[in-house]
Design a protein around this ligand. Structure first.
Ligand SMILES: *Cc1c(COP(=O)(O)O)cnc(C)c1O
Length: 344
């Protein structure tokens, strides 16, 4: 991708910085299937300590950490409960059915967020003919919800309900740190509310590859077996895991900049007559609808002529994501192009 391009397609497009690459090339390495990679061991220990959990597991992707978590928390004929916008339902190729043999109950939340009341009425009774409700998955921030987020005060009643009803609670925290820089909540407090947590290193944190699954010792022991059978047992993978370690040490607090830049772009979108609505901008994701002057496709083509890349999220819907490689000057350019498109 040319440097002059402004790539708002996703925060997965970030490239490793020079400092990150230097750190990677100096990383001590070993065979992680034998648990002998010091860099992976250090990353997993850092992650489990951050969240006050016993253990963690480095995986190639967030799809794999979520799928392993679902597999660990359920048995075939069970059901997981999540919002209809959830990544685990929308964007993981139906893996809950394929890998775990379970069904899904979808709740209609508000911008991807569900409540304990909704959850309560969706838990199945103990009958032979009903799938067994055994797992709840929350996503924070919620991608398809426009980067919306839960505070821990909103999550606490859900945690309590899951505990009384005997349901496991998993957090898809692909972009959790974009939330925590807004709420100033601690990772340790997040850890107390969930049985397992997935975080992505390859999004706004800026690592090229990798996600972490975090939980207690027995859970991660089982997760390691599922990672192996899915083909995710990697050897000298410390070469990539060290990028994640660097990111956790250096790239968390700067995520606030990404969130602020998304809000700046939203101010301009509000001034554009072709924009009919914008989902509330809370973190680094902007989802907006455009009127009949454009289709999502023609709008994206127009943006591309100005060196700006984004993705369609529906026939009249566009998503922008800000990240490590979107600098202040690029935000200025995006804002001026958006205004210019209003004059055509
Ligand atoms: C990106 C993402 C994932 C994981 O995606 P991979 O591309 O498999 O790493 C999981 N959940 C959410 C909400 C995401 O945005």
């Amino acid at each position: 991708m040319e440097n002059s391009l402004i790539n708002l397609m996703s925060d997965t497009v970030t490239l490793p910085t020079e400092a990150m690459k230097n750190f990677m090339f100096q990383a001590p390495l070993g065979d992680d299937v034998f648990k002998q990679d010091p860099s992976i061991n250090a990353l997993e220990e850092k992650a489990s300590n951050l969240f006050g959990k016993e253990s963690a597991l480095f995986c190639p992707s967030g799809t794999m950490t979520n799928q392993i978590a679902i597999k660990c928390h359920t048995q075939p004929l069970d059901e997981m409960i999540c919002d209809e916008y959830s990544h685990v339902y929308q964007y993981e190729t139906g893996g809950y059915g394929f890998n775990s043999g379970i069904g899904v109950k979808l709740l209609k939340g508000s911008n991807g967020k569900i409540t304990a009341e909704q959850l309560k009425s969706s838990i199945n009774g103990d009958f032979d003919w009903l799938p067994k409700s055994s797992l709840v998955v929350l996503e924070n921030s919620c991608n398809k919800g426009g980067g919306s987020f839960y505070t821990l005060n909103e999550i606490a009643p859900i945690t309590k309900l899951c505990q009384t009803e005997g349901l496991a609670l998993h957090l898809d925290g692909a972009r959790l740190f974009n939330v925590l820089v807004e709420t100033n909540e601690s990772t340790e407090d997040v850890g107390k509310h969930f049985d397992s947590i997935s975080i992505c290193l390859s999004k706004g944190l800026g690592a090229p590859v990798g996600s972490l699954l975090i939980g207690n010792k027995d859970f991660i022991k089982q997760a390691r077996r599922f990672r192996k059978v899915m083909g995710g047992g990697m050897r000298q993978a410390g070469i990539i895991a060290s990028a994640g370690l660097y990111a956790l040490n250096n790239h968390i607090s700067r995520l606030k900049e990404d969130n602020d830049r998304a809000k700046e772009i939203a101010i301009t979108l509000n001034e554009c007559s072709y924009v009919t609505s914008i989902r509330p901008v809370q973190t680094n994701i902007l989802i907006f609808d455009i009127d009949a002057r454009w289709t999502a496709e023609s709008f994206l083509k127009e943006l591309e002529k100005h060196g700006i890349l984004a993705v369609a999220f529906g026939p009249q819907t566009i998503r922008f994501v800000t990240h490590l490689d979107i600098k202040a000057s690029m935000v200025d350019k995006v804002r001026s192009v958006l205004l210019k498109l209003d004059q055509t």
